[in-house]
Every structure is written in structure tokens, then in C-alpha cells.
Design a protein around this ligand. Sequence first.
Ligand code: ZN
Length: 150
Amino acid sequence: MKEEAYIQGRTFIFSIANGEDLLPVLQNFVIENQIKFGIITATIGAVSKATIGIYDQKNKKYNKITIEKELEILSLQGNISLHDLKPMVHAHITLSDQNGQAFGGHLMSPTIVFACEVMISEFTGKQPKVRKTDKTTQLLLWPNPLQIKK
Ligand code: ZN
């Protein structure tokens, strides 16, 4: 499948204050800065509490896990695209505990920041992707996924 490429747009690099809730801060940031399509990458830091989701593929809902302890953010990555005409953050987080054990999932609120450094890259040049509810998965997905014809 041929697809026209996007162009690298603005790059945003910032930190988030201690005590803030990570996902709503990211969500507000992309709306305020009108980042309609892009990636969140190379984001690291620590949290004092985390909420992650693991999607139950059979029952089509997120199982929420709350972790009430100090954790390192080993990696937070995700993307930004449009849903209901507004930029929407979809991010996954990998965390480690005091024993160096790692786990992670779909980033949810509340995840309380101890310290966090964020990098966001915007893509421009053509229409941003728009999320719609996918019938098969019941997830908000981009339309027209690649399929190999058999
Ligand atoms: Zn997810």
C-alpha cells in the first residue's frame, strides 16, 4: 500500500511539575498547542502512584491496575491524533519498582508525577489521522489498517 508521508513539524520539550496528574497534563498540553498529529517519545521520569490499563480483548474493556508506590518511568511513548475534532493522547507507560521489576500498560489517570521530562514531535503536511470506534476491537482506532491480500 502506498501512502503519502507526513512532514516533521514542531518539537516540544518540557517537564511536568511534581504532583500533577500525567495524562490530563499531556492532554491539556496538546489541546493548548493544537498538536493534531504527532508522537510522544523518549519521555522519562518518576511517579508516586500509577494507574494503567490492560485491554481485555474478550470483554472489550480495560482492566485497571492502580499501583500506590514510587516508580521510575522507564519509558512513556504514544501518539496524538484527532477524536471528535480534538487532539487525543494515547500513551503507554513502562514503570519499574524499587526492586527494578518492570511492568506497564495503557496510561490512565490518576498517575501522579514525581518528576517527568517529555518530548513531543508533531507531524504535518497532510490531514491528521482521526480515531473512530473499530467494530471488531471496540477500540478507538485509525481507519484503513494495512492488510496483506491473501
Ligand atoms: Zn493503549
